[in-house]
Ligand binder design. Structure first.
Ligand code: SAM
Ligand code: SF4
Length: 440
């Protein structure tokens, strides 16, 4: 089919949304839509939304407000809202913004082609079901789509953990793992299209328990080890994990699977056992530290990343100090930290909240410590040689940029012919967010 219509997709939130946007764009590609970089150039605009923190829905409504003049000038323009805000708000979106033509929740993207047909006939479409089938298996692939050297691959969705602050179990639904053979097929297809590094995704990725080819259940480590046999695939990563799902095989894989990169994102959220209990995390601070010791015994050079929430309901200064102590004890090479944001419908939203000024102050103190650790970890790379997968041209002429095994952004002077290839780079400088090096 010739591409006559133009699609603009704006993605908010996590990497799983990036993967979903890619798959939706490919599915619409099969229907004759070609992606463009600006909303002005589009015949269809799709906002793939995130509901994880504060004012997510309001942000989407203000974005829709900004699109109003565009729609007024181009009455045939179609506007769709996908993702977790679509799931949470449903019909309300069309009620508040009648110009919206399509609302689709994260579990029904495979119905998008049929929904688009309804739009072509001049109708509207809304679907926020939680159907049983694997949406990705039913989403058409556009095999002509070109690929960079890195790709995401969603292997697991949803979550059954119900941390008391988190909206994911409500917007993404129960935990579901995709079958092994489908994932291996998708991985082979990505590699044939030039991908060298695959990041396996899931809201709780290490809870993966997909059906194997013989009908038995596979864990994430077995999936990774088998995927590592694919010729041409050089690197595997996975994110995001829960400490309680780091089983022995996955810990061992960090030591004995060469293609599994020495980087792990393992959120702990807080350092106080009282707060961890109130968060329904079902692990303690000491348990987390012991786990990190075991993973580091398997892979001593592991770069560790994490997520933290400050100002959770009931958090005292002493509880917060326990978070700082844990960060000092563990040592992170990067981390994400957030001020607690009450999510409607989650248990913690009903509890007495911490004074916002106090929470801001704690966030700043935590971020100062995490930034110091991140800088120290980066500075320690100077003088070392790392392998970099080059992904794109840099901002400076003649510069190319990519990622080290440890997920550091690295730039170097080099030929564009190196894009998509892995080359050794000697690190000579450490900047705030990236490392500079020379090809070794
Ligand atoms: N499954 C992962 C885990 O168990 O850690 C996290 C997935 S969640 C999409 C990403 C991060 O967002 C969480 O680790 C948490 O730090 C943060 N987050 C989730 N809900 C939040 C809330 N209500 N307020 C602030 N941060 C939140
Ligand atoms: Fe949310 Fe992660 Fe907790 Fe699941 S394990 S409820 S995704 S924070």
């Amino acid at each position: 089919m010739t591409a006559t219509k133009k699609l603009y997709v704006k993605t908010y939130g996590c990497q799983m949304n990036v993967y979903d946007s890619e798959r939706m764009a490919e599915a619409l590609g099969a229907q004759g839509y070609e992606q463009v970089d600006t909303p002005e150039a589009a015949d269809m605009i799709l906002l793939n939304t995130c509901h994880i923190r504060e004012k997510a829905a309001e942000k989407v409504y203000s974005e829709l407000g900004r699109l109003k003049p565009l729609r007024a000038a181009k009455p045939d323009l179609k506007i769709g809202v996908a993702g977790c805000v679509a799931q949470a708000e449903g019909e309300e979106i069309m009620r508040r913004q009648p110009m919206v033509d399509l609302v689709v929740g994260p579990q029904t993207y495979h119905r998008l082609p049929a929904m688009m047909e309804a739009l072509e006939r001049g109708g509207k479409a809304l679907d926020t079901d939680f159907p049983e089938e694997d949406k990705f298996a039913h989403l058409p692939r556009d095999r002509r789509a070109t690929r960079g050297p890195t790709a995401f691959l969603t292997v697991q969705e949803g979550c059954d953990k119900f941390c008391s602050f988190c909206v994911v179990p409500y917007t993404r639904g129960a935990e579901v793992s995709r079958p092994v053979e489908r994932l291996l097929g998708e991985a082979r297809d990505l590699v044939e299209r030039g991908v060298r590094e695959i990041t396996l995704l899931g809201q709780n990725v290490n809870a993966y328990h997909g059906a194997g080819p013989g009908g038995d259940e596979w864990g994430l480590a077995r999936l990774i080890r088998t995927m590592a046999d694919i010729d041409g695939l050089a690197r595997i990563r996975f994110t995001t994990s829960h400490p309680n799902d780091m089983d022995d095989d996955l810990i061992a894989a960090h030591g004995d699977c060469d293609k599994l990169m020495p980087y792990l994102h393992l959120p702990v959220q807080a350092g106080s056992d009282r707060i961890l209990k109130a968060m329904n995390r079902k692990h303690t601070a000491a348990g987390y530290i012991r786990l990190i010791e075991r993973i580091r015994a398997a892979r001593p050079d592991l770069a560790l990343s994490g997520d933290f929430i400050v100002g959770f309901p009931g958090e005292t200064e002493a509880d917060f100090q326990a978070t700082l102590d844990l960060v000092e004890a563990v040592g992170y090479s990067s981390a994400f930290s957030f001020k607690y944001s009450p999510r409607p419908g989650t248990p913690a939203a009903e509890r007495a909240q911490v004074d916002p000024a106090e929470a801001d102050d704690r966030l700043q103190r935590l971020q100062a410590l995490l930034t110091r650790q991140q800088r120290a970890a980066q500075d320690a790379m100077v003088g070392r040689t790392v392998n970099v997968l080059f992904e794109k041209a840099g901002r400076m002429p003649g510069q190319i940029v990519g990622k080290s095994e440890y997920l550091h952004a690295v730039h170097a002077k080099g030929d564009a012919g190196l894009l998509g290839r892995i080359a050794p780079v000697r690190i000579v400088e450490s900047g705030p967010n990236s490392l500079g090096g020379v090809l070794a």
